[in-house]
Design a protein around this ligand. Structure first.
Ligand code: 5GP
Length: 183
C-alpha cells in the first residue's frame, strides 16, 4: 500500500490534544492520589503522548517502557510477545500503563494480564485513542483520550510504515482513499 500525507485529513487538532492531555493528567492524578506513580509507555506508538501526559500528571513519578510485537496473520493474544521488558519490578507499585490506541484489544489484554501477575499495588490503563467498533476482546480502559470511529490514523506517535510519528496532530486516512484500498 502506497500512501502519502495528502491521503490523510486532520481528525484531532494539536489544540484539542493539548487540552485533553491536561484534563487526563488531572483525572489520573486525582484517581491515583499524591503518591509515587510508575508510568509505563508501550513503544513505539505511545512515546509522544506519554511525554505530554506525564508532565500533565505531575507529582512524584517515574517512567519505564516496554515493547511488544504481534505475530503477523494470526489472531489470538497468545501471539503477542514482549520484545523488551521493564527495567524495574512493579510489585507493590501504583502503575499506569500508557498505550497509543486500543483496536481489537488483544495487545491490551495481553499487557494487563502480564502486569497483573507481577502484583502491582494498583494498575490503571490509559489509551490516547480507542476504536470500540473494532474490539474483539473486552478490556477495561480506565482513561481514554478520544474515542474514534474505525479509521486508520497516524500522527502524534502513531505511524504508517514507521513514518509520520512526528506530526503534531492526529490524521485519518480519507474515506475516498480508504474506499479505493478496499477494492
Ligand atoms: P490491538 O491489539 O488493540 O488490535 O492493536 C493495538 C495496536 O495496533 C496499537 O498499539 C497500534 O500499534 C496498532 N494500531 C491499531 N489501529 C491503528 C491505527 O489506526 N493506526 C496506527 N498507526 N496503528 C494502529
Amino acid at each position: 500500500m502506497d500512501l502519502s500525507l495528502d491521503d490523510f485529513e486532520v481528525l484531532i487538532s494539536e489544540d484539542r490534544i493539548r487540552e485533553r492531555c491536561r484534563e487526563l493528567g488531572q483525572e489520573i492524578r486525582a484517581a491515583v492520589g499524591d503518591g509515587p506513580l510508575v508510568c509505563v509507555g508501550v513503544l513505539k506508538g505511545s512515546f509522544i503522548f506519554m511525554a505530554d501526559l506525564v508532565r500533565a500528571i505531575g507529582g512524584p513519578l517515574t517512567c519505564d517502557f516496554l515493547r511488544v510485537s504481534s505475530y503477523e496473520g494470526t489472531r489470538s493474544t497468545g501471539n503477542v510477545r514482549i520484545e523488551f521488558d521493564l527495567t524495574q519490578p512493579i510489585e507493590g507499585a501504583d502503575v499506569l500503563l500508557i498505550e497509543d490506541i486500543v483496536d481489537t484489544g488483544r495487545t491490551a489484554e495481553f499487557l494487563l494480564q502480564s502486569f497483573q501477575v507481577r502484583q502491582p499495588r494498583s494498575l490503571r490503563f490509559c489509551s490516547l485513542l480507542d476504536k470500540p467498533e473494532r474490539r474483539v476482546v473486552e478490556v477495561p480502559v480506565d482513561h481514554v483520550g478520544f474515542t474514534i470511529a474505525n479509521r486508520f490514523v497516524i500522527g502524534y506517535g502513531l505511524d504508517f510504515d514507521g513514518r509520520y510519528r512526528d506530526l503534531p496532530d492526529i490524521r485519518a486516512l480519507n474515506p475516498k482513499k480508504e474506499a479505493e484500498l478496499a477494492h
